[in-house]
Design a protein around this ligand. Sequence first.
Ligand code: GCB
Length: 610
Amino acid sequence: KPTVGLLYPRASETREVNSLDGVWELVRGNASDPLQGIREKWFGRSLRSTGREIIKVPVPASYNDLTVDQELRDHVGTVWYERHFFVPSSWNMSGTRTWIRFGSIHYACIAWINGQRAVKHSFGHLPFEVEIGRLVKYGQENRITIMVDNRLSNSTIPQGAVINESSDNGSVAVQTFTFDFFNYAGIHRSVQLYTTPAKYIKDIELKTQVNKQMGRIDYRLWIGNEQEQDVSKYINVKLLDRDRNVVTHQLNRNYHNGTLLIPNVKPWWPYLMHPEPGYMYTLEFQLMAENDLLLDSYQLPVGIRSLNWDNNSIYINGQPIYLRGFGKHEDSDIRGKGLDNALLTRDFSLLKWVGANAYRTSHYPYSEESMEFADEHGIMIIDECASVNTDLFQPELLQNHMSYLEQLIHRDRNHASVIAWSIANEPRTQKPEAKDYFGKLANYTRSIAQGRPLTAASNVDKPIKCMMSAFLDIIGFNRYNSWYHNPGRTDMIINPMFEEALSWRQLHQKPVIVFEYGADTLEGYHTLPTFIWSEEYQTTMLSKHFQAFDKLRKLKWFIGEFVWNFADFKTEQTYTRVGGNKKGVFTRNRQPKYSAYLLRQRYHMLASKL
Ligand code: GCB
């Protein structure tokens, strides 16, 4: 069912936010009996009383790489988190609601407060929240317990399978999946307590347009607790510029929707497309009672731009765009996929240094904080749901996949940076069942797409075999010429790349993007002449691709190139990965490889041709 609510928690005149980030306690569940904790009701008492080992861990962070314990790193099943917290007694008022909101927990979880069940959620990388006034003790200490389960199955997004294998210690559960990134788990993003008034702004949807100098924002509001017959209301809507001057002010008796017109608007532009990219206004909504009493107030950042597309390109404010980008991962040493604002600052600094204007959130939704960075830096986002290598197309999977996209779109629809929804990465679309599945998925997603085109990354070897691409607005494909295909042969890139893009175009008459190409590269490994895994090889391989892209760019419908990957990242243990996937142009600790300088020249050259 569609989500309503989930505005990012922000303090205001009428709202307070208390973070529960910090050091929590963690207990690893029994690997051979993941539900032991539920049976024994560990949530009903302190985790210490279970007698199991307590590990102090930070939130947010993946738990896997925090310690030297291999069993924790490779754990399959449940872990339990706990902490104590206070809820201010000032929150205990009839006019106040208390909420808890989780930025993301991977993969599934149940949370209890003071031993009572508060919420259950599946799907990593997406936020969820619940009202907890009935569960907490105000002005006193409370306990939160969260069970986190990292197991992936046929119907999870992404899919996986847990199989039992025999080990030296007897039978053990082994998690299998076909994607290559490490299945980091835990409380990956912030946990926040916050308040809203009883009657409050529950949700906001924005649509923006720019026509010459005139900006336009259409807004829609959902009000919580509307049935209450107390006072009739109106809303004050204010648009503030970057310096917080009021640009437009509107008093609207219709508090469900309205339109603001902004003469001489400063549009939101992508990086290097305008001297002032990523211009963000703030939209303030004040929900008022008839007697001019402020009921609720919420501020939402907004970038004002138009987004359109046709069979040749995507247009921002009427201008066709060419995407200079990357596939990325949320991944770093020690904290894994945990939110890290320092890392975000570094990544956006590098993106701008290299001259990129886009990335794909391969292969799952990235943090809400990162979406705000993207808005503010003018970095365009291909927003991908967590469906990787989709296979075994059953109805339950389709339901989950739809629900995932619904939650993703709901979360990210108000970000200027989001220019497309990616519904899948490398699904098994050569299978006949994929046609019905992706037909239904694309139909549904299009019905809720909020003015964005649909795309996906296909990797079938011949366009004609792909049962998904006909349903998309933008065709994306991944291809590893001179790596998985003909490794070592840098003379087998230009023509196959050109021909393949052309054949996608001929089949669908849609814009085409290369979402992945790359080569694993060990930093500091040099060979002349080039040899795979060396810095020279990555550089040569990139430059050959550039030649193919330059031929393609002349054809107008070719609208973007995304290197795989921005930075090296951790993978499962396999003999094809030496210390992880090394296709990064930057190392895992965000220093340039040799190729970064070449890419930088190209991306700045492309930007200067605009
Ligand atoms: C792909 C996948 C990506 C992998 C990459 C690789 O096609 O989409 O997740 O990391 O190849 O390096 O193998």
